[in-house]
Design a protein around this ligand. Structure first.
Ligand code: HEM
Length: 366
């Protein structure tokens, strides 16, 4: 690092004059200043700063995944930066409490001065969603129409351009799909595994049939659920059926990516899989924490507005609550758990496969 020769002044370095001069409540323009408006502005600004940092990390992670090969060191860096994102997300989720110290009536004192500005116009939040992999078709109907109507031309063009690029989800899918583990010679892992899962589902069905506490209707319901799991599981190994699941939106990952992710999760203790498993888990956590934020924000909005509509024109709480489930990006990493087996039921890996997944050092004696 070059030596610091020019003395730096704290406030100049952080541009505090600009930063601390950027809280300008609107209520004094119309009457008395609403005391809580400053809190409202600062909380939003703090979120926007954290969005900026999260985007900074995710863009760098995206860049690493965009390489034709992802080296082990890069994967370690991805894991490291994802952990930072998760730590910030944790903080963002806790911060909802700060805005909740404002009462609904205190909010009403300045709310009308904000119309029609809305969180809909948080370009960084929308960028975060798009970068992760939320595309327009997956947004709920209201959002599909309204998403771009509320933006100025510059912001709309910026986000539309982003939507046209592959997302982090697409890059992660490519990375998983090109993993070599599924193509070992003579390695009939998947047929052994299918058998083991079917045995597990047979045992589950038997448990349901023998459960005397269930009514006939409950038994039928449970058995139907198991039959559906069996159906979806079988589709994992059948290109056409899997594509149908994908077209219906039931799964998002491509078939090879899904199988790789499953294989990594099943054998996560093998040394080669430590980092990939950590990355898969962290991406699932990013999704989970974002879902928690959406939910907390939706609850807070209900507390503030009841069933009033939002300043951006949505149904408010109702709209936001729906997005908590529909806007998830890495949901497949969660649903995959349906097909995980207890260790005792796992097919034993052939020796040559096990060797390829481990760290082997030969100790030569002379
Ligand atoms: C009194 C506090 C708040 C209220 C009443 C509120 C209300 C709303 C409502 C009703 C919406 C739906 C869009 C609309 O119709 O306007 C919305 C969206 C949004 N809000 Fe808030 N909000 C509050 C605080 C915050 C804070 C602190 C943030 C932090 C950045 C935030 C970020 C967002 C974002 C990003 C969206 C878009 C979400 C999406 O489209 O999925 N909001 N908000």
């Amino acid at each position: 690092m070059a030596k610091n020769v020019e003395p730096v002044y704290y406030g100049d370095y952080l541009q505090l004059e600009q930063l601390l001069g950027a809280q300008q409540p609107h209520s004094p323009r119309y009457g008395d200043e609403a005391h809580e408006e400053t809190l409202f502005i600062i909380v939003h600004q703090v979120y926007e700063l954290w969005f900026k940092q999260v985007l900074h990390e995710l863009r760098s992670i995206y860049g690493l995944f965009a390489q034709p090969q992802l080296a082990d060191e890069s994967l370690a860096l991805v894991g490291h930066r994802l952990r930072r994102v998760l730590t910030i997300q944790e903080l963002m989720n806790q911060q909802v409490q700060v805005i909740e110290t404002m009462t609904p009536q205190e909010f009403l004192a300045f709310r009308d001065y904000l119309v029609p500005a809305s969180g809909f116009q948080s370009i960084q939040f929308k960028e975060l969603e798009i970068l992760l992999g939320l595309n327009r078709q997956r947004r709920i109907a209201f959002d599909q129409q309204s998403f771009y109507n509320r933006l100025n031309d510059h912001d709309r063009a910026y986000l539309e351009n982003l939507e046209a690029q592959p997302s982090l989800f697409d890059r992660v899918d490519d990375w998983l799909a090109r993993m070599p583990f599924l193509r070992f010679q003579d390695f009939s892992f998947w047929s052994l595994y299918q058998q083991a899962v079917n045995d597990m589902l047979d045992a589950d069905s038997e448990t349901v049939r023998n459960n005397a506490t269930l009514t006939d209707a409950e038994q039928q319901q449970e058995l139907k659920g198991i039959a559906e799991t069996r159906e979806n599981f079988a589709a994992l190994f059948d290109q056409q059926r899997y594509q149908q699941l994908r077209d219906s939106g039931a799964v998002q990952l491509s078939q090879p990516a899904m199988l790789s992710a499953l294989f990594i999760s099943l054998y996560r203790e093998e040394p080669v899989f430590h980092l990939p498993f950590q990355v898969i888990t962290s991406l699932a956590e990013v999704d989970e924490k974002l879902t928690i934020w959406r939910y907390k924000h939706a609850m807070m909005v209900q507390r503030m507005l009841g069933s009033k509509i939002g300043t951006g024109g949505s149904s408010g709480h109702d709209y936001l609550r729906k997005t908590t489930e529909s806007n998830r990006v890495f949901k497949d990493f969660f649903s995959m758990a349906t097909y995980l087996l207890p260790k005792s039921a796992m097919p034993v890996l052939p020796q040559q496969v096990k060797r390829a997944l481990g760290f082997y050092f030969s100790h030569q004696t002379q």
